[in-house]
Design a protein around this ligand. Sequence first.
Ligand SMILES: Nc1ncnc2c1ncn2[C@@H]1O[C@H](COP(=O)(O)OP(=O)(O)O)[C@@H](O)[C@H]1O
Ligand SMILES: [Mg+2]
Length: 308
Amino acid sequence: MNDCIIECCGLTKRYKSKAAVLNAELKIYRGEIVGIIGKNGAGKSTLLKMIAGLVYPTSGELHFFNRAAAGEQSFFERMGVLIENPGLYPNASGYENLKLLAIAYGLKDSKARIEELLQLVGLDSNNTIKVKGYSMGMKQRLGIAVALLGNPDVLILDEPINGLDPQGIMEIRQLILELNKEGLTILISSHILEELSKIATKYAIIHQGEIVEVISREDLQHKCEERIEISVEAAEAAIPILERELHIMKYKVVDGRTLYVYDTDMQIRRITQVLVEHGVMVDSITRHKQSLEQYLLERTERAGELHA
Ligand SMILES: Nc1ncnc2c1ncn2[C@@H]1O[C@H](COP(=O)(O)OP(=O)(O)O)[C@@H](O)[C@H]1O
Ligand SMILES: [Mg+2]
């Protein structure tokens, strides 16, 4: 089941001397929702465009199902793409837009399929409003319907929730989860980690063209989970005391001298007191709480320092 369907191997795109994306390494497995996170100008769109076959890499390779993509157009046809402007006809309705595209794609008997798609993305197929009268959220949803028209296996969405109101964001998230449940593998970009935190199964953090970290949802949640970090002489001496005296059961031994306690209702003062009373010296004890955005900032700043 763990099929690696897309692999970026040292994928690089240069514009003149500037690298928009540099040596990107990323594996995408079937069924994942991969969040590409980075500030404006980080290289998200360029990376997605290369994966979608819309921009040709300067160097590096794309592999689909462990085969080099070069010269294999067929896999790109299995992708549905919404990058930047969905290219809608402003003077046509949602239904008409999809109908025009279906004709262009040579799809026969497309009426039922179009109605199904419109329903799926939450647009009314009987609605005759022209696209130029659509709200941002409606345009995005129609854009997703357009991307789905060819019945893709992989859906690539570049900042689909950019500029949407909270209600719109929630609806798009819901839609993405539904599509994923139906079997689509999804790549989605955003400059706000929090926005994807409820849906992505994995994140690739991109900074100045480079992927600085690929991290699973579980690992990210763990890193941002509230905890008390305790530094002592010997962690193994502290554990029985914490368990017996304070009934702390949710903890992790990080190394011989460091413990994380996840029973965050516990008072720091109390922990220190009990440890010292039982002869364990406490070097430091701090409450650690970090938002996803703080984590992202720290992660990209650290990457920036390496470059300096
Ligand atoms: N067609 C292009 N020509 C020249 N530079 C480009 C082009 N496309 C993107 N860039 C540059 O590459 C960098 C990454 O851009 P982009 O992939 O659009 O980032 P993001 O989508 O994360 O905002 C930016 O510095 C941008 O100015
Ligand atoms: Mg972009």
